[in-house]
Write a protein that binds this ligand. Structure first.
Ligand SMILES: *Cc1c(COP(=O)(O)O)cnc(C)c1O
Length: 353
């Protein structure tokens, strides 16, 4: 037998989550597949959603080309837009939609004289202050885009900074800035990421751009009774031992047994993407029952507490996250967010269901 560390992907759950996002938002939804579909495999996810999703979204042109090479024909929105004229040409050749979030990108489109036209998404900075044109410039830049011979259509968009906090007034402020900046301009609009879809009805426009919710994680970090986890990260116990009260375990001896403790050794480590910062007490499933990580996560293995699971031992199945253990709970224990854990999974075997 080979090393049992695996990530399995439930593509039916992905489709169900997409349908949920689209129904909740209304209108159309671009399934966000950037960063290899948050670690889930962009090509596999795009194939699972082909003919279902209205469009896909990725971060940059190269990510879109991977999907085109795999035969994906849906429109693909490039969220960071073009880094140079080479990207613009590739976008035109392959029918990609380009976000325009700064004047330099507009100037690239203005320089085009012939060849296939493309769709532009003008991104307005309504308060996140990361990317996007100033609200006061939106009307003028829209007019310039409109005047571009090679721009076939314009969608107006913005991105929400704090939509995962349902009580944070910043979102309503962003929505008001967006309305004022785009007043009177025709064309479709797009505001909502997953948190916008789930928490902010006022952010629902023509297009949603759901990402994390497609993979079954609620962006608020809470449990969800509608979203189904797509990734299940699993392995097995491959060794066990008893350590006596007072004995340390693992690197740094950070865990010291408070009672005779049966330790299960699991084939999963931070080189597989399991977070090293997941401390003692982080939930883990063994044979379908909840126990805890004890000691420090190492590069290739980690240790779990089997003291109260007398039936479990070598060969027992372990779920690091997925159906029983929420990736949000592991992320909270590791001081990060589900997004980071999901997109860091590597080295493990991958199985598509
Ligand atoms: C990543 C991204 C999204 C998707 O965000 P989620 O929080 O994963 O739903 C939407 N829009 C933009 C501009 C993004 O960069």
């Amino acid at each position: 037998m080979s090393r049992p560390a695996r990530a399995s992907f439930d593509l039916a759950a992905l489709r169900a989550n997409y349908a949920h996002a689209k129904a909740r938002h209304g209108g159309r939804a671009a399934a966000t597949l950037k960063a290899n579909a948050y670690g889930h495999g962009a090509v596999q996810c795009a194939r699972a959603l082909a003919g279902v999703a209205d469009a896909f979204a990725v971060a940059f042109v190269q990510e879109a080309l991977e999907l085109r090479e795999a035969g994906i024909e849906e429109p693909i929105l490039v969220l960071e837009g073009a880094f140079g004229m080479g990207d613009v040409e590739l976008a035109r050749q392959h029918g990609l939609w380009l976000v325009v979030h700064q004047e330099e990108q507009l100037a690239m489109l203005e320089s085009l004289r012939s060849g296939p036209p493309l769709q532009a998404w003008l991104k307005i900075d309504t308060g996140m202050h990361r990317a996007g044109v100033a609200p006061g410039q939106a009307q003028a830049l829209w007019q310039r885009l409109k005047a571009c011979e090679q721009v076939a259509g314009i969608t107006l968009m913005t991105h929400l900074a704090s939509a995962d906090e349902p009580d944070n007034p910043a979102t309503d402020r962003q929505l008001a800035v967006f309305e004022a900046a785009t007043q009177g301009l025709p064309g479709p609009r797009s505001v909502a990421n997953s948190a916008g879809v789930l928490c902010w009805k006022g952010a629902h426009r023509d297009w949603a751009r759901p990402g994390i919710m497609l993979y079954g994680a609620d962006p608020r970090g809470t449990a969800s009774d509608v979203l189904r986890p797509v990734m299940q990260l699993t392995s097995e116990v491959f060794s066990e031992r008893w350590i006596a009260t007072g004995e340390p375990l693992g690197y740094g001896g950070s865990f010291v047994a408070e009672r005779p403790t049966r330790v299960g050794l699991v084939a999963m480590g931070y080189a597989d993407g399991y977070p090293r910062r997941a401390h003692t007490g982080t939930p883990v499933g063994v044979d379908g029952r909840l126990t805890r990580i004890i000691g420090r996560v190492a590069m290739d293995m980690l240790t779990v507490d089997l003291t109260d699971l007398p039936e479990s031992g070598p060969g027992s199945s372990v779920e690091l996250w997925g159906r029983q253990v929420s990736v949000n709970d592991v992320a909270a224990a590791a001081g990060t967010i589900a997004y980071e854990l999901l997109c860091n999974v590597k080295r493990v075997g991958r199985v598509y269901l």
